[in-house]
Design a binder for this molecule. Structure first.
Ligand code: DOR
Ligand code: ZN
Length: 374
């Protein structure tokens, strides 16, 4: 593979579409990230501060090793996150618990009522990173789902089957057909977030479902399609789960994100791995995008001539779905191009960010006083 070759993370059509009428500066309500991996230990400090720079709150994934499976575990993890937050103490981590076949309803209920837990995460066993302890059969959790429906506690779903007989590119659709449709019917009032959707079928499913079903959309699934993984060689930094799909799926995600439909909201799925576990014979799944998230979303919304809808997607739809107050602060972005750094250091780890070495058209300015909205 030719390592000198620039990475193909910008599609030609995107490069061609620049909206001449776009503002040079955007001031938005401070957004939230409704799906992020902050990891733990030495990496945590750099990661939480990268997320806190852009976002007021974040739904923190529980797939640590070992996973966070109890309210007490989530409370301890929250304390470690708060301790790692430097000056940025106006950031609020929203904690989740990882469902297993043995999740105890009273623990979940007590954690939710105490405000420790915001949501619970369902990973099908073996679907992705650190999911070995995930749920082997959804029916094992029907008692838990009953309680969550009553409590209005959101269920966050990694929507892929782990059946090795199903083609990796079809696993999201298979999950919807085999399990999600049934789950939604069995618990018609359960709040469900189909996380990091990647297909037109997922968009259609969410649109057709009731207002209790929403979805997060990542910057990378909006920006690139599966060709990027194979451009000039095998590119592990574009490998994530659910895997990137065909172009028509990317276009469906762009339409959903920019449609103004409140069911669709921001969730970066920023999922860092050390360079040694990415550039490896068996590369880990996950794309780290926390430091370029809002810049990339802004670029996508601009390309779709929908910059006026970025704020609701990034700072309102998710909060409303979760029943949270809107953030009061403001952030600014500016239309000054920059090159994304080649590496992001986090503790002893080196992480290759999304769009590393590539030009992006927006820069993140930071928190600003309440200026007149662009
Ligand atoms: O690409 C992914 N990485 N997908 C996931 O579901 C998990 C995540 C991770 O934790 O690295
Ligand atoms: Zn994730």
């Amino acid at each position: 593979m030719n390592r000198e070759r620039p990475s193909s993370d910008t599609l030609p059509d995107q490069r061609a579409r620049e909206n001449a009428d776009s503002p040079r500066r955007l001031v938005l309500r401070r957004p939230d990230d409704f799906h992020v991996h902050l990891r733990d230990g030495l990496m945590l400090n750099a990661l939480v501060n990268a997320t806190a720079r852009q976002f007021g709150r974040a739904i923190v994934m529980p797939n640590l090793d070992p996973p966070v499976t109890t309210a007490a575990g989530a409370e301890a993890y929250r304390s470690r996150i708060l301790a790692a937050l430097g000056e940025q103490d106006d950031f609020k981590p929203l904690m989740t618990v990882y469902l297993t076949d043995n999740t105890k309803t009273p623990d979940l209920e007590a954690g939710f009522k105490a405000g420790v837990l915001t949501a619970a995460k369902f990973y099908p066993a073996h679907a992705t990173t650190n999911s070995a302890l995930g749920v082997t059969d959804l029916r094992n959790l029907y008692g838990v789902f009953n309680a969550m429906e009553r409590l209005k506690m959101p269920l966050l779903v990694h929507g892929e089957v782990s059946d090795p007989d199903v083609d990796v590119f079809d696993r999201e659709k298979a999950f919807i057909d085999r399990y999600l449709a049934k789950l939604v019917n069995a618990f018609p009032a359960l709040k469900i977030v189909l996380e990091h959707i990647t297909t037109e079928e997922a968009v259609d499913f969410v649109v057709a479902a009731g207002p209790n079903v929403g979805a997060t959309i990542t910057p990378h699934h909006l920006s690139i399609n599966r060709n990027s993984m194979f451009h000039g060689g095998l590119r592990p930094h574009f490998y994530c789960l659910p895997i990137l799909k065909r172009e028509h799926h990317r276009l469906a995600l762009r339409r959903a994100a920019t449609s103004g439909n409140p069911k669709f909201f921001l969730g970066t799925d920023s999922a860092p791995h050390d360079i040694s576990t990415k550039q490896n014979g068996c590369a880990c799944a996950g794309i780290f995008n926390a430091d370029v998230a809002m810049q990339v979303y802004a670029q996508v919304f601009e390309e779709e001539a929908s910059l006026d809808r970025l704020e609701t997607f990034a700072a309102e739809h998710g909060a409303r779905f979760y029943g949270l107050p809107l953030n009061q602060g403001r952030i600014a972005l500016e239309k000054t191009g920059s090159i994304v750094s080649a590496e992001f250091p986090a503790g002893k780890s080196r992480i290759v960010p999304f769009k590393a070495g590539s030009a992006i058209s927006w820069s993140f300015v930071g928190k600003v006083a309440d200026e007149h909205h662009s």
